[in-house]
Each structure stands twice: as C-alpha cells, then as structure tokens.
Design a protein. Structure first.
Length: 324
C-alpha cells in the first residue's frame, strides 16, 4: 500500500489498519503522522520480503551450481581412474611379454586388476619395514683368535697361588700420549703394587709398595709377592726420571690365599634331639606321630646312643668297664 492510498483513507480506517499491522501510534496523533508511520512500516516490510525472495533464489542457484560441479568432478575422477587402470593393464601385459635381459632379477609389482593405488603403497611400506640393506660379506673370524685390545682403560689382579698373582692391563694410545704431553715424554710406563692389608686404602697410606717397569700399554705380568694372606692392589701409571709417579688406572683389591693347612682342629659338632632321631631313624622322630618324644622306647634308645657314641674325651659311660 503506497502513500497516496493511505492519504485517501479516513482516520478511523488508518487506526484500524494500524491495529491490524500491530503498529503503535502516539496518543493524539494526527492523520499526517498516522500516514507517515504506516507508510514507513509498509516500505520496511517490502524490503524484507524482497531480500527473502532474492536470498531463496540465490540459494537455489548456488545449490544447483554445487551439485553440478560435484557431479562434474565425480565424472572426471571416474574417467581418470578408468584411464589409469587401462594404462596399468597395458603396461603389465607389455612387461610380461618383454624378455628379461638383466643378469639380476628385478622386482616387479604385480597387482591384481581393480586394486587402487593406496593398497599398492601400503604393501610397499610393509616390505620396506623388513629391508635392512645390502648384506656385507666379511670373512669369519676364527674362534681361537681374540682381539689384541678392547679400547678401554683397565688394570686387574688375579691370585694364582699364595705367593704369585697375575696382573693384566690395557691403556689406549690416545690417553698415553695425552698424559705424556704434560707429564713428560721421558716418563716410562710403570706398575706400582701396594700392600693394603688391614687398611682402607686411599692412595697414600699403604703399608709398603714396589714398582715394576713395563714396556707395553697392553700386556700382562706375573708378580711374586711372597706374602700369603696379605691384600694387594696396583696402579698403572707413568714414572718420571725424578721419581714422580702419576696414576692412570687403579686395579681391584686381591687377597692372597694362605700357604698352609687350617689351624682349627678337632671340631665337635652337636646334634639336637630332633635332628638325631631323624638321622638314625628313631621311632617317634616326628613330633605328634607314634607317641612323639614322650615314647619310653624312643627315650631309651636315645639315651643308649648318647652313652655309646656321643661322648666327650673326659666322660665315660657307666656300662664301659675301666681298665685295672
């Protein structure tokens, strides 16, 4: 409804139209104000209706365009897949018909018809998990051959008998040259043996020591200590011409065995009643079975055995006759 139509209407008709469209009019409004308010409301409603119609039209056209585009893309994908499958089939047939000229067999990926590319890629990944590279053919090392050195720093002592011990050591060439560079190139490789019997050795409180010059950085030596039951440890180091000693590696602590029989003689072992009856099969050896320890027969047998067999040198049983 345009403005001219509203002007031709009466005030009563304008008020009825305002109530119908739920338009609030001010108290004491004149006809011009009513016409203006109704015309404004009519123009706003017309714009909203126009926008809704335009939006629906645009939405429908956009939906049709998207559906058409999706259909086109799908058809292109299907045609591309068919062309790829056809190309693979031709390639497989050509490869099968072609004779093999290479000396070494080459791996060809033989895939059944209709298999997509992702499956082939998955199988390639699975095969690559277990590929460790080309194997190297090295001559086997004989079992009776040991390496000359292991590349570590060590010094060890092993007791051979009450008097002699075996010492073996290893020192890398890099470490030896590094220490000689600042300690002195005229220093010599030396082993210092300490007697550490009965003490907590801290490097300076040994009871005695002696030095043994060695000539190789990897080797072994038999040391004649001559002190059974004593404890020893050794240091591998450098000895300067003026007597200074530089420790490089320290060995373990070893205690030499004794050189005689034990001085503990005539050990006497005691058997309790329960163990005695288990060993000699006395009835009632198990508590609570066949009368237990309260059986008079078992007590009598135990008493007789004690008197006849388990006696100290100063005790004689009553039944044994004394010599006159």
């Amino acid at each position: 409804m345009n403005k001219n139509e509203l002007v031709s209407m009466t005030i009563a008709e304008l008020k009825a139209l305002a109530r119908k469209n739920k338009i609030a009019l001010p108290m004491g409004a004149k006809k011009a104000d009513m016409v203006k308010a109704l015309a404004k409301t009519a123009s706003t409603a017309a714009r909203k209706t126009s926008k809704a119609v335009v939006g629906k039209t645009v939405k429908k056209s956009a939906t049709k365009s998207v559906e058409k585009t999706a259909k086109t893309v799908s058809m292109k994908k299907e045609s591309a897949a068919k062309a790829l499958l056809k190309e693979r089939t031709v390639t497989r047939k050509a490869a099968a018909a072609k004779p093999v000229k290479d000396a070494l067999p080459r791996r060809e990926w033989q895939m059944p018809s209709g298999v997509e590319e992702p499956l082939m890629a998955q199988e390639r990944v699975s095969d690559a998990k277990y590929y460790t590279g080309t194997s190297e053919h090295k001559p086997p090392m004989p079992y009776d051959t040991l390496p000359h050195e292991y590349g570590g720093e060590r010094m060890a002592l092993l007791a051979r008998d009450p008097y002699m011990a075996l010492g073996y050591w290893e020192l890398p060439q890099v470490r030896l040259e590094k220490e000689k560079a600042w300690f002195g190139w005229d220093s010599k490789l030396c082993i210092r043996v300490y007697d550490v019997t009965g003490i907590q050795f801290d490097g300076s409180n040994a009871a005695a020591y002696f030095d043994q010059e060695v000539y190789e950085r990897v080797g072994s030596w038999y040391f004649d200590f001559g002190r059974p039951t004593h404890s020893f440890c050794a240091d591998l180091g450098l000895m300067a011409p003026n007597g200074r000693f530089l420790t490089l590696v320290r060995s373990n602590r070893v205690t030499m065995p004794r050189d005689g029989v034990s001085d503990v003689l005539d050990e006497e072992w005691m058997l309790v009643d329960e163990e005695f009856m288990k060993l000699y099969g006395v009835p009632g050896s198990v508590r609570g079975v066949h009368g237990g320890f309260s059986s008079p027969e078992a007590q009598e047998v135990l008493r007789q055995r004690r008197l006849l067999e388990i006696t100290s040198p100063g005790t004689f049983p009553k039944q044994r006759p004394r010599k006159k």
